[in-house]
Design a binder for this molecule. Structure first.
Ligand SMILES: C[S@@+](CC[C@H](N)C(=O)[O-])C[C@H]1O[C@@H](n2cnc3c(N)ncnc32)[C@H](O)[C@@H]1O
Length: 407
């Protein structure tokens, strides 16, 4: 029996309660979530003038060795000028403000190129009195120059929606850096607790080694993702989970909604979901959806992004057992002329039910470093609905398929 592609603009994983992943421009309509977000993090293009890519590993060999990869265009950070860039930023910030509840916080991540312009824009939209911090995220990675001091920091502007903002620094303790206390005297108290002390202005200040310390507005303890970091998805400009977790943990509580309108590889959504928060992650690039979907494959979420890969071909088999189907992926071909085809071209696949242009995911498998060989058999319960297959391929195309006689 032939498999044919069907129109699908939504997929629901489990009950979809933990978050939403959307293919949408940051200037689009997000009014469905108005006033619901406790935190909005925006990591837009920085106006670098560059193009950014995704290194997609291909097949079992690609996942085992890291050598067989495709370079796919992810997004263009190119604007006709400052006016166009600031126009995008203004609309994204207005959407962010609309999304935030009264206790909510905004984080806008940029670098030295546009941070000053953005600060004025945020003052205008959020109000100068709602400025909280200019966070400097300093790192060592990347090249160095002899022509000036090397630029080794990003700027994260932190604003609150109102005076009733929620902020809990106790949720983000950091380790006490050794060199911060080198100039202090080391001692041990009567209970055996080590501490350091310093005399200043006639007063003695005591700092116990096991007392928590909290970050200031210069963050030097979060490193950029190294080349071999297991978090790395291959999506350029991916941020570390530790950065997002500090932002999320200090400004939200469990069950709160965290939004990101420039979601990229889905870091904010992953951080939110790992910390028991809900997420809204949106991006205008289809590749971003494919990468984020994979990072969140077993999360209860809804994905709103149209599917379709014209010219592709699928062969699969559903064998009914007792209350379950055994689904087998037999073959997949990308459209003619694609650089990869066959099962090597499958990065992720899911089985589920198709109803009203919605794919209800029941089971999924994906290639990862731990599972480079694709699991080609999945089991799913025989519920009501049309048994169907979703493929997300190495070109970033997602497609939903049903057997022709089920249409
Ligand atoms: C710096 S990256 C975000 C990286 C992300 N924080 C991560 O950790 O992976 C910027 C993202 O903005 C997206 N983007 C660019 N212009 C956009 C727009 N107008 N609306 C929505 N997304 C946009 C790009 O596709 C890209 O994924």
């Amino acid at each position: 029996m032939a498999w044919v592609q069907v129109e699908c603009d939504r997929e629901i994983h489990l009950n979809g309660s933990q978050g939403d992943l959307l293919l949408r421009d940051a200037r689009g309509d997000f009014s469905r979530w108005a006033g619901q977000a406790a935190c909005v993090y925006l990591d837009p293009p920085f106006m670098t003038g560059d193009a950014f890519y995704m290194q997609m590993r291909v097949g079992e060999n690609g996942w085992m060795t890291g050598k067989n990869t495709l370079t796919l265009p992810a997004y263009q950070d190119r604007f006709s000028g400052k006016a166009e860039f600031l126009g995008l930023l203004r609309q994204a910030l207005e959407n962010a403000k609309m999304l935030l509840n009264d206790t909510g916080s905004l984080f806008l991540h940029l670098d030295s190129r546009m941070a000053a312009h953005a600060r004025l824009l945020c003052d205008e939209i959020f109000g100068e009195s709602n400025f909280v911090n200019e966070i400097i995220w300093a790192y060592q990675s990347g090249g160095r120059t002899m022509k000036r001091f090397s630029r080794k920091h990003d700027v994260i502007l932190f604003y609150r929606k109102s005076r009733s903002q929620y902020f809990n620094i106790r949720a983000v303790p950091i380790s006490r850096g050794e060199n911060r206390q080198n100039h202090m005297r080391r001692s041990i108290d009567e209970q055996g607790r080590p501490y350091r002390s310093i005399k200043s202005g006639g007063k003695v200040y005591i700092y116990y080694d096991d007392d928590p310390v909290y970050p200031g507005d210069v963050w030097t303890d979060v490193s950029h993702l190294q080349q071999k970091d297991p978090q790395r998805t291959g999506y350029d400009t991916q941020k570390p989970l530790a950065l997002l977790k500090r932002i999320i943990l200090s400004t939200t509580q469990k069950g709160d909604l965290v939004a990101d309108l420039f979601g990229g590889s889905g870091t904010t959504a992953v951080a939110a979901s790992e910390e028991g928060r809900r997420f809204l992650s949106s991006d205008k690039g289809p590749l971003s959806i494919a990468v984020s979907r994979k990072r969140l494959l077993n999360t209860a979420m809804t994905v709103e992004a149209p599917t379709g890969s014209p010219g592709a071909f699928l062969q699969a088999e559903f064998e009914p057992g007792i209350a379950f189907y055994d689904a087998r992926l037999l073959d997949y071909r990308t459209p003619e002329g694609s650089p990869v085809t066959g099962l090597d071209a499958v990065d992720q696949w899911s089985v589920g039910f198709y109803r009203n242009k919605t794919f209800h995911v029941q089971a999924s498998a994906a290639r990862t470093k731990h599972t480079p060989a694709l699991q080609t058999m999945l089991q799913m319960p025989q519920l009501q609905g049309v048994a169907s297959v979703m493929i997300s391929d190495v070109l970033g195309n997602r497609s939903v398929w049903v057997q022709e006689d089920q249409l």
